[in-house]
Ligand binder design. Sequence first.
Ligand code: SF4
Ligand code: SF4
Length: 353
Amino acid sequence: MASKINPRFAEELKQYGSVNFNACYNCGNCTAVCSLSTPEQSFPREMVRLSALGLEDELKQSLKPWECYYCGECTTQCPQTANPGELMMSLRRWLTAQYDWTGLSGLLYRSLSFTIAALLLVAAGVLLFARSTGFDAERLIHVGHLFEMLAIGTVFLVIFVPNLLRMWYFTIVKQKVRVPLKSYFSALPELFVNMFTQKRAKDCDEDDNFRWLEHMVLVFAYLSLLFTTVFLNWFGSEHLFVILLGYLESLLVFVITIHFVSGRIKRNKSLNKFSQPSDWLFVIWLLLMGLSAFLVRLFIDLQLLENNIWMHILHLTVLAQWALIIVPFGKWTHFLYRSFAHYFVKIKTMQEA
Ligand code: SF4
Ligand code: SF4
């Protein structure tokens, strides 16, 4: 069957941040410098060509954008300023919108006003709820804890499971990849190793292992803070170990994200040159999560929270916006889809073996 061409694809991709990829004249410099290129695989030129031709279905079925960790080498070497590294980033945003069955992901990427309206709506919901409790500190902490547990379960079952199934359908089923069921189990280490270590990022930018290390510490700090607040009930706990652990984790999240924000302000790397609202939203809300969680626990320990309930309302607002907008539909999902992309790539290699 002939591939479907979308003549408006370049216009559409611009809304996801792509800059000038149509200027490509196919010289091949980017492929020559990309560490992911092999004699069989042309990174990132193939993606540039498919995008220029508007071959949406091929792009939707490709896992290649997820293999790129944006070292920026291709962009530096491009004589046409076609910015292939940023194209790969934009394709990741576009793919996220394709996997999302609700359509909200695409709306958030394309419309800043929709994003602001969604954030304000969630903030209004939290304020109304806090008012309905009479701004009772104990009740707010209890409900905040229940909300975290409920949000994790709901987002996982209602958003992530269907979206990952759609990703699997586009990239495995539609590509007619046939592997025995046991390959899905034997490839599982690829999923978890990539999820927790992002080891490919280290290969992608061999000169800058600090970025990889920093990213890995952030993933561990964020996930363990989630575990400490949800399962060890950090705000309600009286165990010294749990209390100190939460302080350490929230501080790490805060300090590392401050560094990420400053990198985006300074635009000191290719990765930071063309920040989109979704990039800002992700780092700023992560920073606010770490900071506000740290302060709430500090206010509890100094017995200040009762008279400063606004602090907890602020944390609840950031938490609700994070859990209901950024995690299910925003840039957080890249962490999940990238890990599954490595898993699916591994499964595909098993077919070819
Ligand atoms: S280096 Fe630039 S002009 Fe050359 S193929 Fe890559 S994107 Fe196109
Ligand atoms: S940003 Fe780096 S890894 Fe990604 S396509 Fe360009 S050269 Fe390859």
